[in-house]
Design a protein around this ligand. Structure first.
Ligand code: PBG
Length: 330
């Protein structure tokens, strides 16, 4: 039996800061954050990404400094993305398999200098293909599932051999989680995790990311034959169920805020670790609002990140990770 007004005053516990702290149902800490970083060739290079104000691509030596900052702020894990020079891109994206590509060099450098931070590596061919798609395309531009999956397995092994802790397939091919898991087990990478980008939508929010990895100008068409239709929720649960059955340790929903409903239903249905990617377009929207004088950055960043936790996330990939961690550390 619930009391009613005036015995029930829901404002009563909100009246003081100590009481609000005591009643908080959700907590956000730096250990909830994964920081995506973009890597570029060279030494001592910082290249700002104009569509992501405040975000830069860093050469491998400077990425190591970012890793130290992240560790010092209590961020447990970094997500790495390469900006592959045009001349190393190809129809089939073979650079993804090069043991000395940017991803592998950055992974090794960070593991050497900051061994106690986790490294998540993205598996998909778009940073390496001349056409900007996540896989091998046929004459009509259709991304071919099974041969792409074979390459993704090789890409994942290449990353694991360089020291990646978490393999994160973002390509949306069917069956690739099982294939990657089997290959990792086959090479005794039994503790290398798979975080599957299971519910990844064909979204308008990825534009600045494509600038950052250098694939925006290259991409022909869109990704709707492999990424999900924003109209669908039931299908997201089927994707998640399939990836879990194939051996994913955790699943991801992407983009973030427009898809909180998917996060909540995934968490309720499967009771597994669910992560969200607050993607580049979401970051850019917040920064644009701040630049327009329409919002307070710190408050907006912390509120959006808290929303992911409340919806059921174990953690969030966000370009605001370092800033948020420092705010949370006081
Ligand atoms: C590529 C990939 C994308 C993102 C992460 N991995 C873009 C895409 O699918 O085109 C987007 C991340 C962001 O927008 O921040 N497989």
């Amino acid at each position: 039996m619930t009391a009613s007004f005036p015995a029930l005053r829901l404002r009563r516990p909100r009246a003081t800061a100590w009481s609000r702290a005591l009643h908080a149902e959700t907590v956000l800490t730096p250990s909830d954050l994964i920081w995506p970083l973009f890597i570029t060739e060279g030494q001592g290079v910082e290249e700002p990404v104009s569509s992501l104000p405040g975000v830069s691509r860093w050469s491998v030596d400077l990425i190591v400094d970012r890793a130290r900052e992240a560790r010092d702020a209590g961020i447990p894990c970094l997500a790495l993305f390469p900006n592959t020079p045009r001349e190393k891109r190809s129809e089939r994206g073979e650079e993804a398999l090069n043991p000395d590509n940017l991803m592998c060099r950055a992974t090794r450098a960070i593991k050497d200098a900051v061994p106690d931070i986790g490294i998540l590596t993205d598996v998909a061919l778009d940073p390496y293909t001349a056409h900007g798609h996540d896989g091998i395309i046929d004459a009509d531009g259709y991304v071919l599932n099974d041969i792409t999956s074979e390459l993704l397995v090789e890409q994942a092994l290449n990353q694991a051999r360089a020291g990646a802790d978490v393999i994160a397939p973002s390509d949306m091919m069917d069956g690739r989680v099982a294939a990657i898991r089997a290959a990792l087990e086959g090479e005794s990478f039994v503790n290398v995790q798979i975080m599957a980008y299971s519910a990844k939508y064909a979204s308008a929010f990825y534009g600045p990311f494509r600038d950052a990895v250098g694939s925006r100008g290259l991409l022909k068409g869109d990704k709707r034959t492999y990424q999900m239709d924003p109209a669908n929720a039931e299908e997201a649960l089927r994707e998640i169920e399939a990836d879990l059955a194939e051996g994913a340790d955790s699943v991801m929903v992407k983009p973030g805020l427009p898809y909180l409903d998917i996060i909540r239903s995934a968490k309720s249905r499967f009771q597994v670790p669910v992560f969200a990617y607050q993607v580049s377009g979401e970051y850019a929207m917040i920064e644009a609002a701040v630049a327009a004088g329409a919002a307070d950055r710190d408050a907006m960043v912390l509120e959006t990140l808290m929303a992911f936790k409340r919806a059921g996330c174990s953690g969030v990939l966000t370009y605001h990770a370092l800033h948020a961690a420092r705010l949370l550390n006081g």
